[in-house]
Design a protein around this ligand. Structure first.
Ligand SMILES: [Zn+2]
Length: 209
């Protein structure tokens, strides 16, 4: 069984606002996008039933009329596959144009029309959608990467930025001799240890013997 973990690192989903400072038609353009987004949510209001999502997809979209922007929300730090199949985001992020993610998501993405519809709501004058999405991708397979995700008309494009090496982390283990009972090496790191706090020279398993 494939297991995949996506960890979102300081990520912002697609968002759009008109140029409020310079564009005299800003309010008109904003109202138009808000209407497009509402039409989109109406068109796809049944998909949470179809795919058995835990929440209606309208929960993932924010219309802020005060500040004047619309945004798709990434409301979680982490998606676990298969545990979070019922999360809309697990299907949204299944898109992988060019097949670069390097990890399966256990189910297929939305169809092309869905991504295209959404792209058109958030695209700017350069035909790009503004996002900042960085994801740690790992699972029960070799290799873990930090990847960036961009949103284009045909779906999501993943790019490996950096290999994550969990064995070579910042945890430095310091040795403190050996337990006087069981002979286990006593060690400590920045946030963990096996040394007894109450009995000097013993590991915590042997402290009360
Ligand atoms: Zn011991």
């Amino acid at each position: 069984m494939a297991k995949t973990i996506l960890q979102f690192i300081d990520s912002n989903g697609p968002n759009w606002s008109p140029d409020w400072g310079k564009n005299e038609n800003a309010q008109q353009e904003f109202d138009k996008r808000v209407k497009s987004l509402k039409d989109f949510l109406e068109k796809y209001k049944k998909i949470h039933e179809e795919f058995r999502f835990s929440k209606d997809i309208s929960n993932y979209f924010k219309i802020d009329s005060e500040e004047g922007y619309i945004e798709m929300l990434i409301d979680t730090k982490e998606i676990l596959i298969p545990e979070n199949y019922d999360n809309f985001l697990s299907k949204f992020f299944a898109s992988d144009v060019g097949n670069n993610r390097g990890a399966g998501m256990g189910h297929s993405p939305f169809d092309d029309e869905f991504y295209k519809d959404l792209f058109n709501i958030f695209k700017d004058e350069n035909n790009e959608v503004y996002t900042e999405i960085y994801v740690g991708v790992s699972g029960n397979f070799d290799g873990a990467y930090e990847e960036s995700v961009s949103f284009k008309e045909d779906g999501l494009h993943w790019e490996k930025e950096e290999e994550l090496d969990f064995d070579d982390g910042e945890d430095v283990f310091e040795s403190h001799g050996y337990c006087q009972d069981c002979g286990e090496e006593l060690w400590s790191s920045e946030d963990d240890t096996n040394i007894s706090k109450t009995r000097e020279g013993y590991c915590f398993l042997c402290e009360s013997k």
